[in-house]
Design a protein around this ligand. Structure first.
Ligand code: NAD
Ligand code: ZN
Ligand code: ZN
Length: 385
């Protein structure tokens, strides 16, 4: 089959690889019909999240069940499903405590940044490096889905792939960022980053009762997208003092909630500097710093942007003085997915309005390039195997 394969930082290509096989009675093999490229994939492409071996990319995918393992009774050949990106066993301590992205059983190998074993087990993700279990991803014609009795959800027939695909990751991720802040109604929510995740957080903020939603991004075309699809206020940090502007909008108090939907932003050409080991000090935490400044006292900073390293100068004094609540991590997709499918099904939210490019899988390399370099007004790329 064909698949988008990571070879080394800066090099992902579409190759012929072996078809996946059932390895466990709880597996299914999915014929992928739609898959997307995520900002998280760019961290691998750019060498910011290390990967030594070749790996089939992709953790945002959906498709048709092709083969089922002996113990699978919830799915049958021909079912159309969307698959949450964290791989969860459904039975361990974490999976039974609404913390499936911390599943103890899915990740059989867990490596630290320099390839050394960490002393803690971590959860697994599809197509997201050996650090997260080394599972093949879904930017491929077929993918093996482990624990298929737990995560995949059948998609209502009348929904198109495009309407349902972002239930795998970015809609639940944007939703988590807002859910972590527990809005009561009328809050000002400032969302840093207006990429796919930021756009989904904007939608989630409105759905959870925000009174004002502010999008911050240095790219005007992404701000225009945000305004067009989500009717938000926009701020470009290259043009205005974002902290001042947010304070002005909030009688000097600051936003009730700040969301970091940017994460690790390596300098351009970062991976060229990466030699044998990855230098994790090269990233920036500009955005996080701005969140702590822009949030009001006793407010919440939700961090869904991915960070892959230790950072010095973490502003603990400001966080303490303002009494800021911080929440971050992988989105617990399984906690939300059924409710979110209902929202989509009832037409309470539109998700496919962020798609700017739909390409055949064979053009994945081009898709990665324009999404990474933010060319051709690219916001979200969907690949069709
Ligand atoms: P993206 O690269 O398309 O979007 C990032 C956006 O941030 C871009 O529009 C960029 O212009 C903007 N940006 C850069 N510097 C900025 C600054 N100083 N201020 C404001 N905006 C700035 O990626 P995406 O797909 O939207 O993903 C965003 C982040 O979310 C990534 O770090 C990704 O890894 C992470 N993510 C996390 C989860 C999770 O479960 N926590 C899930 C999916 C993605
Ligand atoms: Zn993703
Ligand atoms: Zn588990």
């Amino acid at each position: 089959m064909k698949a988008a394969v990571f070879h080394k930082p800066g090099h992902i290509s579409v190759d012929n690889v072996e078809d996946p096989k059932l390895l466990d009675a709880r597996d299914v093999i999915l014929k992928v019909t739609s898959t997307a490229i995520c900002g998280s994939d760019l961290h691998i492409l750019n060498g910011a999240v290390p990967q030594k071996n070749e790996l089939i990319m992709g953790h945002e995918f959906m498709g048709i069940v092709e083969e089922v393992g002996a113990e699978i009774t919830n799915l049958k050949k021909g079912d159309r499903v969307v698959v949450p990106f964290p791989i969860s066993c459904g039975t361990c301590f974490f999976c039974t405590h609404e913390a499936s992205p911390a599943c103890e059983n899915s990740n059989y190998k867990h490596y630290g940044p320099n390839g050394d074993m960490l002393d803690e087990k971590g959860a697994a993700l599809f197509g997201y490096t050996d650090l997260y279990g080394g599972y093949s991803g879904g930017q491929a014609e077929y993918v093996r889905v482990p624990y298929a009795d737990i995560s995949p959800r059948i998609v209502p027939e009348h929904l198109t792939d495009e309407q349902a695909l972002f239930l795998t990751d970015i809609f639940p991720t944007g939703w988590s960022a807002i859910d972590w802040a527990q809005l009561k109604g009328g809050e000002v929510v400032a969302i840093f980053g207006s990429g796919p995740v930021g756009l989904m957080a904007q939608k989630a903020a409105w759905l959870n009762g925000a009174g004002r939603v502010i999008a911050i991004d240095p790219l005007d075309y992404r701000l225009e997208k945000a305004k067009a699809v989500n009717n938000v206020d926009i701020l470009n940090p290259n043009k205005v003092d974002v902290i001042e502007a947010i304070r002005e909008m909030t009688r000097g108090r600051g936003a009730d909630v700040c969301v970091d939907a940017v994460g690790f932003e390596p300098e351009r050409g970062f991976f060229d500097k990466v030699k044998a080991s990855v230098n994790f000090e090269v990233g920036s935490m500009k955005v996080l710093d701005m969140c702590f400044k822009a949030v009001r006292r006793m407010g919440t900073v939700s961090i869904v942007g991915v960070y892959g390293s230790t950072y010095d100068n973490f502003p603990l004094h400001r966080i303490f003085d303002k009494g800021i609540t911080i929440k971050q991590g992988q989105a617990p997709v399984l906690n939300y997915i059924d409710k979110l499918i209902e929202l989509v099904n009832a037409n309470k939210v539109v998700l496919d309005d962020i798609i700017t490019h739909s390409l055949p899988l064979s053009e994945a390399e081009h898709g990665y390039a324009i999404f990474d370099k933010k060319e051709d007004d690219c916001v979200k790329v969907v690949l069709k195997p």
